[in-house]
Write a protein that binds this ligand. Structure first.
Ligand code: SF4
Length: 226
C-alpha cells in the first residue's frame, strides 16, 4: 500500500460527511444480525482493497449491511462475496475461493475491489447528494490506480453510478445502457464491463451462474492483459 492510498483510506474510514449514512451504520452495528450477535461490527465506511498496481477494478454500489459493514472489507462475509470469490478463484483472480474476514489470507491478482459509495445506504438506495460527496473518493481511486484498464461493475446500480461519476469527471454525454457482458469505452480509454450483481436473488433465480460470471471475468482479464 503506498502513501497516497494509505492517506486516502485513513480519510475514508473517518469520514462522516453523510449523517444519514453514519447514523445508519451505527444502528446496524449496534442492532447486529442474529447470527453475528456476539461479533463486534466494523461500523465505519469501507475502503477498497487489493492490488493497487492492478489492471482490473471490480466495483459494487456500496458495502453490504452485514457483509462489508460488519467485516470491514468489501464483498466479505456475505453470500454475494461467497459467490463472487468462487468465480474469482476459478479464473485465477484470487488465491482462495472465499472472503470471510480481514486477514483471512486473501490476495488478488492484478485486481482492486471497491464500491462506488463507501457507506451502506438504507434500502441500498443512496441519495444523490451522498453519491456526489463520496464520488471524490472514487475519483481518487481511479486516479491512483495507474495501471487500471478494465472496470467490471457488479449490478446496474453500480454501473449507472460509476457512469454518473464519469459524467461529472469527464463531462461524458454519451448514453450507456446496461447489458450483462457488454463492454463500453470510457472517455479515459478504460473499458467498462457490465455484470449482473452476484446477489443471492440473482444466483437462486439463475439469472447468473458460475459459468456466466467466469466467462465475463475471463473476458475482462483478456482485455486487461492479465
Ligand atoms: S458515503 Fe462516502 S462521503 Fe458519505 S460518509 Fe460515507 S465515506 Fe463519507
Amino acid at each position: 500500500m503506498n502513501i497516497k492510498f494509505k492517506k486516502l483510506n485513513k480519510t475514508i474510514v473517518k469520514c462522516k460527511k453523510c449523517p444519514r449514512l453514519t447514523n445508519f451504520i451505527k444502528k446496524i452495528s449496534l442492532e447486529k444480525r442474529k447470527q453475528n450477535i456476539d461479533e463486534k461490527y466494523w461500523g465505519k465506511p469501507v475502503t477498497g482493497f487489493g492490488d493497487i498496481n492492478g489492471k482490473l477494478m471490480i466495483i459494487g454500489l456500496a458495502p453490504a449491511a452485514h457483509g462489508g459493514t460488519r467485516t470491514g472489507r468489501a464483498f466479505t462475509g456475505d453470500k454475494s462475496g461467497d459467490f463472487l470469490f468462487k468465480c474469482l478463484y476459478s479464473v485465477n483472480i484470487s488465491n482462495q475461493d472465499f472472503s470471510r474476514k480481514i486477514n483471512d489470507g486473501l490476495k488478488l491478482n492484478s485486481t482492486y475491489i471497491t464500491n462506488v459509495l463507501k457507506c451502506v445506504p438504507p434500502g441500498d438506495k443512496p441519495l444523490n447528494n451522498e453519491l456526489i460527496k463520496c464520488s471524490n473518493y472514487f475519483i481518487k481511486e481511479l486516479d491512483f490506480l495507474k495501471n487500471l484498464k478494465v472496470i467490471v461493475a457488479l449490478g446496474k446500480v453500480a454501473f449507472d453510478n460509476c457512469l454518473k461519476i464519469y459524467k461529472k469527471k469527464f463531462k461524458l454525454d454519451k448514453k450507456f445502457v446496461f447489458k450483462h457482458g457488454k463492454k463500453y469505452l470510457l472517455p479515459d480509454q478504460k473499458i467498462l464491463i457490465a455484470s449482473y450483481h452476484p446477489s443471492p436473488r440473482n444466483v437462486n433465480t439463475k439469472i447468473i451462474t458460475i459459468s456466466m460470471i467466469n466467462q465475463l471475468f475471463k473476458k475482462a482479464k483478456k482485455i486487461a492483459k492479465i
